[in-house]
Ligand binder design. Structure first.
Ligand code: SAH
Length: 229
């Protein structure tokens, strides 16, 4: 998978992309990530990428031209399946959307800043808009990092144990059952006896019961859908 990210602060990805699973996926060649500083695509001598809003007092807005220049440059190198804009009013990111996007060959992610981006970019250059939640971030970089992490860990080979993504929360319409590790007892806090029984069938039934019970209490709307399926 190829991911190109357009941002005003590309340095913000240092950290999220240089550790753990994403780092390993990059090193294994499972994913290639290109970071593009929007300022490099500005024709202005001060590398300006934003300007005053036509609505008085609304704050600065990201201009069309640098974004268009950058996307045009990227598209001259390869075809893209999606040009995504991170936006608080976009489609809510959830596990089915992560699964769907993780199967794409190549995507562009545009991170907004300030008051947002000129609406004409959204109308003419963007194919999909994604939100990571009903709250406002200062910029799209953190949202893009969340999106990339959630997609990359699903690409076969990214996780050490490939089956582990399948047993994570949301993959089967349920949240994950609780997990434990050694010691069996800590300060008198005991691991449920059944997990120590060695009986795989009973353990798997227990895990399913726990997942259903947790979904019922923590995500009632998800439980309603699970019951219907
Ligand atoms: N004025 C806009 C918010 C701009 S916030 C509004 O009220 O809708 C600046 C940038 O941060 C946005 O352009 C977007 O790229 C990013 N952003 C903010 N909140 C986000 C969210 N919940 N999900 C994804 N991106 C978000």
């Amino acid at each position: 998978m190829r991911i190109d990210i357009i941002a005003v602060f590309p340095e913000m990805f240092e950290g999220p992309f240089t550790e753990s699973i994403i780092k390993r996926a990059i090193n294994k060649g499972i994913v290639e990530i290109g970071l593009h500083n929007l300022r490099d695509y500005s024709t202005d001598k001060h590398h300006k990428v934003d300007d005053y809003s036509f609505a008085a007092g609304a704050g600065m807005v990201m201009m069309i031209e640098p974004v268009d220049n950058c996307i045009t440059h990227l598209k001259s190198q390869r075809d893209y399946d999606e040009v995504i804009y991170m936006s608080p009013d976009g489609e809510m990111l959830d596990q089915p959307l992560c699964n769907q996007l993780s199967m794409k060959e190549s995507i562009i992610i545009l991170c907004g800043h300030y008051k947002g981006i000129d609406e004409r970019i959204r109308e003419h250059l963007i194919t999909k808009e994604i939100s990571i939640g009903n709250y406002v971030l200062s910029g799209g970089e953190l949202g893009a990092a969340v999106l990339v992490d959630s997609m990359v860990r699903l690409i076969p080979g990214a996780l050490g144990d490939e089956t582990s993504a399948l047993s994570d929360s949301f993959q089967d319409g349920l949240v994950s059952p609780p997990v434990y590790t050694r010691p069996r007892s800590y300060k008198g806090w005991d691991v449920p006896e059944i997990l120590l029984s060695g009986n795989d069938k009973l353990i798997s039934e227990w895990r399913m019961e726990q997942a259903i019970e947790r979904t019922k209490t923590r995500r009632p709307e998800m439980y309603e859908n699970f019951k219907k399926s």
